[in-house]
Design a protein around this ligand. Structure first.
Ligand code: HEM
Ligand code: HEM
Length: 236
């Protein structure tokens, strides 16, 4: 079983890294033939960098459009990033205990956010109308990962040193020390995480790298000063 999980994670890591790299290259080569920044938009490149920063860190445009979605989406994402940051301790020794300890409560922000987003998909008529099965599936998958993780953190503790030893062995290809703690919740958690990694490059979760390539957000509003020519058109 320990070996099966190790193989699953090698495959999942490969699919995630190669898949996302492939999509990023594809996005970067996709022509943006028209000047379409959503106005009011910055007129300088540094302005665009600031706009992108506000968009990624604060979800500015979502804040301006739907406050309830913003509350839950922002809580979920900030919780998720704090949780992932805290997970670093399974792979290296750089995080001090003062940070790692309190950050465990970020799991609640993540779970409450996900529940809010899920309720929104059921309860708001116009959102339900445009929701595909995958929209629900992503939220449910992340919710199950969050709940199984929190079970280990807050209910029945898992052998953290054992998890760290396993992933150290996994990273150094040390197959003799590849012993996964025999905790069923941990195995459920890890299996769901592997599923998340495998579907990431073929799902809506690609919005994470994708936002940086969005022409409505990353273009400078200077059509009168600079003639906009798509890369492919320059060759004509
Ligand atoms: C650069 C990083 C990211 C940014 C800026 C970002 C931003 C956003 C925003 C603004 C939304 C709300 C869209 C809307 O309904 O209008 C959203 C939705 C969502 N994000 Fe992210 N995201 C990021 C990374 C991630 C990651 C890494 C995951 C999961 C592994 C994730 C999972 C989701 C999910 C599941 C939704 C859909 C929620 C729903 O059903 O409405 N995001 N994201
Ligand atoms: C290979 C990757 C992962 C491993 C080895 C792992 C392992 C663990 C372990 C051992 C715990 C229990 C921590 C404790 O008892 O203090 C935990 C908690 C948790 N995990 Fe993961 N996990 C992984 C990936 C993820 C991902 C991708 C997410 C989110 C999408 C996630 C979400 C959570 C949450 C919300 C908790 C509870 C809060 C916390 O302790 O920070 N995990 N995880």
């Amino acid at each position: 079983m320990s070996l099966a999980f190790a193989i699953l994670f090698y495959v999942a890591t490969l699919v995630l890294v190669v898949g996302v790299a492939f999509k990023v290259v594809q996005y970067s080569k996709t022509p943006a033939p028209l000047k379409i920044p959503t106005t009011p938009a910055p007129t300088t490149t540094s302005g665009v960098v600031m706009r992108m920063f506000r968009e990624v860190v604060f979800f500015e445009s979502l804040f301006k459009s739907t406050i309830w979605t913003w509350i839950f989406a922002w809580a979920f994402h900030m919780g998720l990033f704090a949780v992932l940051f805290r997970h670093g301790r399974y792979f290296h020794d750089l995080l001090p205990a003062v940070i790692v300890g309190p950050l465990k409560y970020a799991a609640f922000a993540m779970i409450i956010g996900l529940i809010g987003l899920l309720v929104r998909r059921f309860a708001v008529n116009r959102v339900r109308y445009i929701s595909a099965p995958s929209d629900y599936a992503m939220l449910i998958l992340l919710l199950l990962i969050g709940i199984s993780g929190s079970m280990m953190t807050f209910v029945s503790h898992v052998d953290i040193v054992g998890v760290k030893t396993y992933f150290d062995a996994w990273m150094t290809l040390d197959f003799d020390n590849l012993i996964l703690p025999p905790d069923p919740v941990l195995r459920i958690h890890l299996f769901l995480v592997a599923v998340l990694m495998l579907i990431f490059p073929i799902s809506k979760l690609l919005h994470a790298p994708g936002i940086f390539f969005s022409p409505t957000r990353n273009q400078v509003d200077n059509p009168r000063e600079v003639r906009h020519v798509a890369e492919w058109a320059e060759k004509l």
